[in-house]
Design a protein around this ligand. Structure first.
Ligand SMILES: [Zn+2]
Length: 174
């Protein structure tokens, strides 16, 4: 039996004119081979139309939302730790001023100025020490020692940057 062009029509799954469709239906009634192809076409069509179980999308979106929420919570906790740490440092630095202010408000400005000067001179002193060290160190420490010092500080700095980035940046690819 000649299956052309019916077999091609069915396999290509192409749209047919009413006339072609009539010829095809006539052929299908007499040909089991092409009827089988037509049937499997029908089955494929209905399979394609089946959407994933309605609950699946809901569950997926719910899980996504939960993951995003967890990420947000982690980020918030990280930010809080940094803020609290910063505030703690600030309180620790400003503690003497606050204590003085509470004890005798009249001396607040004097204390504040003297504390400011103390911090300033401390920084200056540290700066001078650092400068002296910078001048002396190259003569004291061998190039290999310098390399070690630099790599240790570089590693610590890298760890610090990475930890900050991990806490403050929202996780990717969720
Ligand atoms: Zn046929």
């Amino acid at each position: 039996m000649n299956h052309r062009p019916f077999e091609d029509w069915l396999l290509d799954d192409q749209p047919l004119t009413p006339e072609q469709n009539r010829d095809l239906q006539t052929h299908l009634r007499t040909c089991t081979t092409c009827a089988a192809i037509a049937e499997s076409n029908l089955a494929l069509h209905s399979a394609r139309k089946v959407t994933p179980a309605a609950g699946f999308i809901d569950r997926f979106q719910l899980r996504l939302a939960e993951q995003r929420k967890a990420a947000r919570v982690r980020q918030t906790i990280g930010t809080l730790i940094f803020v609290i740490g910063g505030l703690g440092l600030l309180v620790w630095l400003a503690g003497p001023i606050v204590q003085e202010a509470l004890r005798s408000p009249a001396e607040w400005i004097t204390t504040a100025v003297s504390y400011f000067l103390f911090v300033l001179t401390s920084i200056q002193a540290l700066n001078e020490v650092a400068l002296v060290l910078l001048h002396i160190m190259p003569n004291l420490v061998s190039p290999l020692g310098w390399l070690m010092v630099i790599s240790v500080f570089g590693g610590l700095g890298l760890m610090w940057i990475v930890s900050i980035a991990r806490w403050t940046r929202p996780p990717q690819g969720v």
